[in-house]
Design a protein around this ligand. Structure first.
Ligand code: ZN
Length: 388
C-alpha cells in the first residue's frame, strides 16, 4: 500500500471515530447485576460485574471490587445467572458448520470431537477446524484424530506393534490433532470378541502423546477394559461402564486424577442399562471422582441433543451430583479433559470470554439452563434474547 493511500485511509478512520463520539471503548462490554457462577466451584456472587475487552475477561467480581470502565457498553442482567460457556467433551460430526452453530447458539461454546471419520486427510480436517474456529457463530472445535485400535478392532487407525503405535501418535499430532483417542472395546450391539490393543501398545501410545504434552482419551464400555487403561494412566475415560465396576478401580482412577466423561445418552440410545451407569457414577463420586460433560453426539443411532445436553445433566443429578458439581463438570472439568483449561472453562480474569447467561438461577433449578438469555463467544454476543 502506498503512503498516500494509507494517509487517506487513516483520515477516513479518524472521521468515523469522531462520528461515533459517545462510545469511547467500543470493544468493552460490561455485564452487571447478574449472579456469577464462575465454574471454579466458588460461591456465587450476586450483583456481579463482568468486564470483557476484546475476546478476553478484563475483570470479574462483586460490584464493590470491580469498577465499570467509562464509555463501555453496559448490559443489565438483573434476574439472570452468568456461567462459563458450556463444553460438550464428547461429540462426533463436529466438522459441520450447522452443528457447530447450533451448539454455540444453544450455549455450548466448545465441543471436543472424540474421533473423526472422514474421507479427507487429517491435514485438511485440521485446517477446516482452524478456519471454523475464526467464526464467532460456530462453537470452538477441539478434536482428536482417528481412534487408535488394532486391525479388525473398534476404531479407525490400526496399529500392530508398540513402535507403530508411537509412530501413529506422532503422525496424528504432527497433523495438528488436539488429543489422541484410543479404544478398548470387546464389541457391542450384538458384537463381541473384537481384538484390542495390548498393554505394551497402550503404554507406547500414552508415553508418545505425553512426551508431546497431548492428552489421551480412552473409549471403553465395560469394566474389564476400564482397568488396563486406568493402570496405564490414561487422561480421561470416554463412557462410564454399563456393568459393575469394582471399588478399587474407582480408587485407582481417583488417585491418578483420571476424569470420567459418562455419556449416558448413547447408552440410553443403545438400550444399555443406564441405571447401572448411574450407580457406577455414584460410586465413582463417593471415592472423590472428577466428571466431565459429554453425550457422544452422533456416536450411534437415536436422538442426541444439540445445545445443552439435558439428559446427561439429569442423569448426573440422579447419581447424586449437586447443581454446582454439574456446572463444574460442564465447564471447568470439560475444559480440563479438552486440554484448554488454561484459557477456558471458568470466568476468571484473563480467560477467553465465553459466557452463558440464563434467566433464573441454575443452582436452584437446573432446568433454568433452558432459559438462555444471552450467549457470548470469544467476547462477541452471538445470541441476545432481549434483542429478539
Ligand atoms: Zn464417541
Amino acid at each position: 500500500m502506498s503512503t498516500r493511500k494509507y494517509h487517506t485511509l487513516l483520515l477516513f478512520a479518524l472521521l468515523l471515530t469522531s462520528c461515533a463520539a459517545p462510545v469511547v471503548q467500543q470493544d468493552t462490554l460490561v455485564l452487571i447485576n447478574g449472579t456469577l457462577i464462575d465454574g471454579t466451584g466458588s460461591d456465587p456472587i450476586s450483583n456481579a460485574v463482568l468486564v470483557i475487552q476484546g475476546e478476553r475477561i478484563l475483570a470479574v467480581g462483586s460490584q464493590e471490587e470491580v469498577k465499570i470502565p467509562s464509555g463501555a457498553n453496559v448490559i443489565d442482567l438483573a434476574g439472570a445467572a452468568l456461567l462459563p460457556g458450556f463444553i460438550n467433551a464428547h461429540v462426533h460430526f463436529a466438522f459441520n458448520e450447522q452443528n457447530l452453530k447450533a451448539w454455540a447458539y444453544g450455549g455450548v461454546t466448545t465441543v471436543r470431537d472424540e474421533g473423526i471419520t472422514s474421507s479427507g486427510t487429517l491435514e485438511e480436517m485440521m485446517s477446516w477446524r482452524d478456519e471454523s474456529n475464526q467464526r464467532p457463530q460456530a462453537a470452538r472445535l477441539v478434536s482428536a484424530g482417528y481412534m487408535l485400535t488394532v486391525p479388525d478392532g473398534y476404531g479407525d487407525l490400526f496399529v500392530t506393534s508398540p513402535d507403530e503405535a508411537r509412530q501413529k501418535v506422532f503422525e496424528e499430532l504432527d497433523a495438528g490433532v488436539n488429543l489422541i483417542k484410543i479404544s478398548m472395546e470387546d464389541g457391542y450391539a450384538g458384537q463381541s470378541g473384537l481384538p484390542k490393543l495390548t498393554d505394551e501398545e497402550i503404554d507406547a501410545i500414552l508415553s508418545a502423546a505425553h512426551e508431546r504434552g497431548a492428552l489421551v482419551s480412552g473409549h471403553i464400555t465395560q469394566a474389564e477394559y476400564l482397568k488396563p487403561l486406568v493402570e496405564a494412566g490414561i487422561d480421561d475415560i470416554a463412557h462410564i461402564p454399563y456393568d459393575f465396576v469394582p471399588e478399587e478401580v474407582w480408587q485407582e482412577m481417583v488417585s491418578k486424577d483420571i476424569y470420567m466423561t459418562p455419556t449416558f445418552t448413547v447408552f440410553r440410545n443403545y438400550g444399555a442399562p443406564v441405571a447401572t451407569c448411574v450407580l457406577n457414577l455414584r460410586n465413582f463420586l463417593e471415592q472423590g471422582g472428577q466428571v466431565a460433560l459429554g453425550n457422544d453426539y452422533g456416536g450411534g443411532p437415536g436422538e442426541f441433543e444439540l445445545g445443552i445436553p439435558m439428559y446427561e445433566i439429569e442423569q448426573m443429578s440422579r447419581a447424586g451430583m449437586t447443581p454446582m458439581q454439574i456446572i463444574i463438570a460442564s465447564t471447568k472439568n470439560a475444559a480440563i479433559v479438552s486440554g484448554i483449561d488454561d484459557q477456558l472453562g471458568t470466568l476468571e480474569t484473563g480467560r477467553i470470554a465465553d459466557v452463558l447467561v440464563v434467566s433464573g438461577n441454575p443452582l436452584d433449578d437446573l432446568q433454568n439452563l433452558h432459559n438462555i438469555r444471552m450467549v457470548i463467544h470469544n467476547g462477541t454476543i452471538i445470541r441476545d434474547e432481549s434483542q429478539e
